[in-house]
Design a protein around this ligand. Sequence first.
Ligand code: AR6
Length: 180
Amino acid sequence: MEFLVGNAKLKLIKGDITDVDADAIVNAANSTLLGGGGVDAAIHRKGGPKILEECKRMRATEWPDGLPTGCAVITSGGNLKARHVIHTVGPIWHGGFHEEAKLLKQAYRSSLKLAVANGLKTVAFPSISTGAYGYPVEEASRTAVDAVKDFLEKEDNLQKVIFVLFSERDFEVYLKAAKT
Ligand code: AR6
């Protein structure tokens, strides 16, 4: 399913983000940048050790205390089809009154800004925070879609943003958010 937002395409697909051919795929990482479960594990497994090496280097230099929630960093894509991985940290859901929406929006915006700063044109996102971090998918989908649409309406530099949803249910929820 595809929508036009500004001059860019917003696309939704159901699938595995590690198979997606894009300038960058986004990793729903944690602040250690050293891996974890879910989509993070899948990206490191398929992408190979080069990605982790680059993450370790960033921890040793720019981010000795870890990457704060809402921020993003970029590495190469290792053995993935995608040329780069943008690692961002979404918020952990604590009931909705702890700036979760603001931080989730920031995670999407930081990732998109970093893509533009690196001259990238196509970026794919998973559903950040809605797995291990417990963010309810309906709420997250609205914030995610709003953040991306908002960015694309103001920025001319991206060609395509893809949401890659891992389940049929998540796909339907994001589709509903994209249509409204
Ligand atoms: N492709 C696309 N989406 C996927 C894939 C995949 N291969 N695998 C899982 N998902 P999660 P979070 C979906 O838990 O909630 C990790 O341990 C999954 O179904 O990966 O941001 C990190 O290291 C869900 O819809 O990320 C952090 O510690 C979505 O991706 C923590 O989990 C996000 O689920 C981050 O938690």
